[in-house]
Ligand binder design. Sequence first.
Ligand SMILES: [Zn+2]
Length: 212
Amino acid sequence: MEYGSERKLLCTLGSRLWQRGFVAANDGNLSLRLAENLFLITPAGVSKGFMTPEMMLLVDERGQVREENGYRPSSELALHLHCYRLRPDARGVVHAHPPAATAFACARIPLTAPILGETLLSLGEIPVAPYGRTGTDELPRAIAPLVSRHNGILLSNHGALTLGDTPTAAYYRMESLEHTALIHLYARSLGGGVPLPQEEADALRLLGGQPG
Ligand SMILES: [Zn+2]
């Protein structure tokens, strides 16, 4: 099968999303860039915990399926393609609904307080994109102003989105984003985290190579 190892990688990362409870039922989607205008994306209507390599859809930059395999591409295909269009450096995009991150997305509270050094290194500031209905052009439009400067974004009343220079890096950012959201929740329950000094926060962001 063409692109066998890349197809397998999406299955492995999808399985991790499901095992960690970052998606329920058939939620979530992952994609990777094979070449400038060629991508693999997960299928619609399938649990990310039970995917097999032949289910992955090969699509071009206009979203046209290159090889029919009996599956439809994820309903968020336009969101993924928009990320690749705006971020030529991105080679992986992950969308999921991890509970703590999604709680912040539903409350529309960005994860911007510089209280956790690791987050500044791996993600920088995590903003909230305006609401856009899932599976429509509203969602790519909503993230457009943010995606050039951020590798992790909360989607209002919906979930989270991460990008990386490899699919695995995008996946790890989803883990870090959810971990960050949980720690922010716990810190809030203790009266709030103490922010790092601005110079230290900026230095960590710079060290992590974050665009924001
Ligand atoms: Zn979603």
